[in-house]
Design a protein. Structure first.
Lengths: 255, 103
């Protein structure tokens, strides 16, 4: 496990691209918040307390449509349910001795991206790593929303378009190195993308909200993989620990 | 029930539900899971989730599906040959920015 200092510094480093992408995405989210009647401050508070793109977007839409409180709660539950899976997976990256308050705080930061980089950490997770990332990502997300409401469409569409792939680029950088080392993960990633495309482009599935599609696919594919390719004692060492120093020097597992 | 919904109640519900979803598994699952199936399942979850969220969404996030698709291929290529998080991410953005000048 990394030392506290090392973990925090690495978190900072890996938080930079996330914060940049967040700013751009949150900016467009701010525009949606404004049309739902939120002030800049209210929208920023929602971002600060939610850190959830699809969930917030759905929430803003519910406010705009004057949905009931129960409908709102169910909608948030459905659009954010994937975080439950991510948190469960992340619980296994914690040293069992990790104090309770760290779990309460790291729990707040489980976004798609921060979860992604945490999973990329070799060995057990030092909570200082997500904190280092949060220090940048949370302001990026919150301020992006604020400025989205205040400035609307001042950022050129071309820039927003370019920045919006930052997050996906990062996801790719997280899943490809292990896929290169393990045929199972390579197959899994390919199958996931093909089925995801299928559910997106075949109009028959249009009635399923996109957040639910993510959960459905994750549960189905990960279950099949767990049945077909059960992992050995310490699964993470299979793709990370055995990497050469050369591999550790670059990319995700750099220390 | 009130006729007019209060925006701050909405905000409280959004924050509360979102936080509980995230924090409950982290606090309830304290130890290491021994069951081989659950262990394998949770091990595969991140790769599947991230892959599902990336494609085809990356082609829909940009101004044109073409720029998104090229960025997708470029990112895989770079990551395959060992580029880290930040370079892959930034180069993807640059690829989109440049390609959208031509379409």
């Amino acid at each position: 496990m990394w030392s506290n200092r090392q973990a925090f510094r690495n978190g900072n480093r890996d938080g930079i691209p996330i914060a940049l992408g967040y700013f751009a995405v949150a900016f467009t989210l701010g525009i949606a918040a404004k049309s739902a009647g939120f002030t800049a401050l209210q929208a920023a508070i929602v971002s600060l307390t939610n850190l959830a793109s699809a969930g917030q977007y759905a929430g803003f839409t519910m406010v705009r449509d004057g949905a009931s409180y129960v409908e709102m709660a169910i909608m948030i539950l459905v659009t954010n349910a994937r975080y439950m899976l991510m948190s469960s997976a992340l619980s296994q990256k914690f040293d069992p001795q990790t104090p309770f308050w760290h779990r309460l705080l790291v729990g707040y930061s489980v976004t798609d991206e921060v979860f992604g980089i945490c999973i990329g950490v070799p060995g057990k997770l030092n909570p200082l790593y997500p904190y280092g990332a949060m220090l940048l990502t949370v302001p990026g997300w919150t301020l992006g929303t604020y400025f989205g409401v205040v400035m609307g469409n001042v950022l050129p569409a071309r820039v927003v378009s370019a920045l919006s792939v930052a997050l996906y680029g990062m996801f790719i950088a997280i899943i490809i190195p292990p896929a290169r080392k393990s045929r199972v993960i390579l197959g899994l990633v390919s199958v996931s993308m093909v089925l995801s495309a299928l559910l997106t482009y075949v109009h028959f599935f249009d009635f399923i909200p996109s957040g639910v599609k993510v959960i459905l696919l994750t549960v189905v594919i990960a279950t099949a993989a767990a049945l077909l390719f059960p992992v050995t004692e310490d699964p993470y060492s299979a793709v990370r620990g055995e990497g050469s120093e050369d591999d550790k020097a670059k990319g995700v597992s750099a220390s | 029930m009130m006729k007019e919904h209060n925006i701050y109640v909405y905000m409280l519900i959004m924050a509360g539900v979102t936080y509980l979803i995230r924090v409950l598994p982290l606090t309830l699952i304290r130890g290491e899971i021994k069951n081989r199936f659950i262990k394998s399942f949770l091990y595969y979850v991140p790769y599947v989730t991230l892959a599902v969220m990336t494609f085809p969404a990356i082609t829909q996030a940009t101004g044109s599906p073409i720029s998104g698709a090229v960025a997708f291929v470029a990112a895989i290529f770079l990551a395959w040959f060992g580029a880290g998080l930040f370079p892959v991410s930034v180069i993807s953005c640059i690829v989109v920015f440049v390609i959208e000048f031509f379409i």
